[in-house]
Design a protein around this ligand. Structure first.
Ligand SMILES: Cc1ncc(COP(=O)(O)O)c(C=O)c1O
Length: 346
């Protein structure tokens, strides 16, 4: 049997950039023979300087980690005391709950609303539940997983103002699909001293396997940043690949354009469906709500196919189907399967 194409993990479906592909054969091999060199010439420092350039944030306020997952875990372990509440959207990444509960915290939720063709953050629902729960930590994910929507800057500022008493985590694991605005980033950090922003190399830069992410955070998170800085240093191969990817941003821009064009084919194909509701996303995946009566047929058809799609398990994410965008030939197969089911239901 042919191996499955995994479209249920939001992993990039595209090759490494040319600079990354060349890395093992290159002069950089020497870095793999050493622990992290903490000098000014180290690749780790070069990566921090690159991130400083990209974000406009001083590198002393940037810390690297083994992906956003490690950063979030350290942050939760550090701040959550038994029974502390963490407020997040009801439709959110399922693993937050595991990490929060492992640290002794209790996740509580506000409702993520929807417009005609997009999910959206809703300040009224947030304010109501912020008051109700007085959470120790708030998590806003932008773009969000699994709904793919971003929060607009002005609305984000309203969320931050509402949550002044809490630690505010802005998870931007899906950073990159929209242009960076350095002024906005600076403004967010000056609005509230308890803000931590996480970003990943797993999504836009397509390398979940290198386990690399970073956070932007001020002095309030000094001990989190210290915990992220291991005595013997970082995986140099990951740092080299991360640095090469950031030196190749034009490549990723082209991939983002392909992803955007491919998403349009799904939107066009399913826009008149009575059984699937497709939402606009700002990510490398799209999200579809399906009629509950179709669940078995849909699951069986996907099971029998050559690809896997994600049916998020959490109660609030029920009847949602998340599809990572792949290359045009595979996307065509996925769309054809959905259209066949759509046709049978008429
Ligand atoms: C919203 C969100 N945050 C964080 C992560 C973890 O990212 P990383 O691969 O950088 O650990 C994921 C992974 O899917 C995610 O969806």
């Amino acid at each position: 049997m042919k191996a499955k194409v995994y479209l249920d993990r939001n992993e990039s479906q595209f090759p490494l950039s040319p600079a990354c592909r060349g890395i093992i054969k290159s002069k950089y091999q020497k870095y793999l023979l050493r622990y992290t060199d903490k000098s000014i010439d180290s690749v780790q420092n070069k990566l921090l300087e690159k991130l400083q350039n990209l974000t406009g944030i001083d590198k002393t306020n940037i810390a690297l980690g083994d992906g956003c997952e490690e950063i979030l875990k350290i942050c939760f372990d550090h701040f959550i005391k038994k029974g502390d509440k963490v407020l997040l959207a009801d439709k959110s990444w399922g693993h937050y709950k595991t990490l929060i509960e492992a640290a002794g915290g209790a996740p509580v939720y506000f409702n993520l609303a929807e417009n005609r063709d997009r999910y959206r953050y809703d300040i009224a629902s947030f304010k109501k539940n912020y008051k109700k729960y007085s959470p120790k930590i708030v998590i806003i994910t932008s773009p969000n997983n699994p709904t793919g929507n971003s929060i607009q800057f002005k609305l984000l500022c309203d969320f931050i103002k509402t949550a002044k008493k809490s630690i505010f985590i802005l998870d931007q694991a899906y950073w990159g699909f929209e242009d960076e605005n350095k002024n906005q980033l600076k403004k967010i950090l000056t609005m509230h001293n308890k803000i931590l922003i996480t970003r990943s190399f797993s999504k836009y830069l397509g390398m979940p396997g290198i386990r690399l992410g970073y956070c932007i955070a001020g002095d309030y998170f000094k001990s989190v940043k210290e915990s992220l800085n291991p005595y013997l240093g970082f995986n140099q191969l990951s740092i080299l690949l991360g640095l090469s990817a950031l030196n190749d941003l034009s490549y990723y821009k082209k991939i983002a354009k392909i992803i955007s064009d491919e998403k349009q084919k799904y939107y066009d194909g399913l826009k008149n469906s009575k059984i699937f509701k497709i939402y606009k996303t700002d990510t490398n995946f799209l999200i579809i709500k399906f009629l509950p009566t179709l669940e078995k047929e849909l699951r069986d058809s996907v099971e029998a196919s050559t690809f896997s799609l994600s049916f998020p398990k959490e109660e609030a994410n029920k009847y949602l189907l998340r599809i990572t965008i792949s290359d045009p030939a595979i996307n065509k197969k996925v769309l054809s399967l959905l259209l066949r089911i759509d046709k049978r239901s008429r």
